[in-house]
Design a protein around this ligand. Structure first.
Ligand SMILES: Nc1ncnc2c1ncn2[C@@H]1O[C@H](COP(=O)(O)OP(=O)(O)OP(=O)(O)O)[C@@H](O)[C@H]1O
Length: 272
């Protein structure tokens, strides 16, 4: 099958092992995948499966032990560390579970900060920050400090800040981890809307299949492999996510077999 869409990220044999107290811990093994520009992907998997590690590699915050990662056809880890820093500034927005907003700055100032660091005129940076805060539904909270915002609002400020430099890729590591389900679903909806408006490629790590439902592509990382996750059937329900993921991902063959025929996107990503 041919696909006209642009491949944004391609991994070839991506491998990450940690040396810990004299023992080698293999986290990601020989991963091949493609992520297309504009994809919206949720990555689930048991605790310790390597989800954060994968995100750190894709965001070039860490280096692989082996393998390559291409971004728009360019081999990322062939770049120098200063080129990589520039790549991260320009192309990648990060959102973490704990938002790392500056407490003494307002929402507007927090979002405008990347522009000020890049020496953008203040008025221009603040205009863009206001535009982004409006997009994430916080037009009425521009001058609130993080401590005066709810957890979901703080996370939306962090998302707006991550998008300030118009990155092509947004990486979110459990952005809903300390939020209730409803607020978490709101955050995922914001990510989806931003993707639809700006075309930014979104990869979000989550523990909760109910939150993953917001994302069109759902993958499970387990045993160092990415597999399609079909959450649209009766296995989701109200089961405990960890238990569900464990049961599902311990049977990768079964999981593959169960992936619906229509789930071509995940298949294309994994098989090229
Ligand atoms: N710097 C490191 N040195 C040694 N081991 C590490 C290091 N970083 C991560 N690990 C190990 O790699 C494995 C994967 O960690 P990672 O944080 O990527 O998992 P995760 O899937 O994101 O887990 P969680 O859902 O609990 O956040 C874990 O077993 C962890 O202990």
């Amino acid at each position: 099958m041919t696909d006209e869409r642009k491949v944004l990220i391609e991994s070839e044999g991506l491998t990450k092992r940690f040396l810990h107290r004299g023992k080698t811990l293999s986290v990601l093994e020989d991963m091949d995948f493609k992520i297309y520009a504009g994809d919206q992907i949720a990555v689930m998997g048991p605790s310790g499966a390597g989800k954060s590690t994968l995100l750190q590699l894709i965001g070039t915050l860490d280096e692989p032990t082996a393998g390559r990662l291409l971004f728009d056809g360019v081999d990322l880890f062939a770049k120098s560390s200063s080129q990589l820093a520039e790549f991260r500034n320009r192309e990648v927005g990060f959102v973490f579970q704990f938002h790392h907003l500056l407490p003494e700055f307002t929402a507007l100032e927090n979002v405008a900060l990347p522009g000020l660091i890049a020496r953008m005129p203040r008025a221009e940076a603040e205009d863009r920050a206001e535009e982004l805060l409006t997009k994430v539904g916080l037009k009425e909270r521009l001058h609130h400090q993080p401590g005066e915002l709810s957890g979901g609002e703080q996370q939306r400020v962090a998302i707006a800040r991550a998008l300030f430099m118009k990155p092509r890729l947004l990486l979110a590591d459990e952005p809903t981890g300390n939020l209730d389900l409803k607020t978490g679903a709101g955050i995922h909806a914001v990510l989806r809307e931003l993707n639809e408006e700006t075309g930014v490629t979104v990869i979000v790590v989550t523990h909760d299949p109910r939150l993953a439902e917001e994302m069109p592509i759902k993958l499970v990382l387990d045993d160092g492999r990415l597999l399609p996750f079909e959450a649209g059937d009766d296995t989701v329900g109200d089961r405990i996510p960890e238990e569900l993921l464990h049961v599902e991902s311990s049977n990768p063959k079964q999981l593959r077999a169960r992936a619906k025929e229509g789930d071509e996107v995940a298949d294309r990503m994994l098989n090229g």
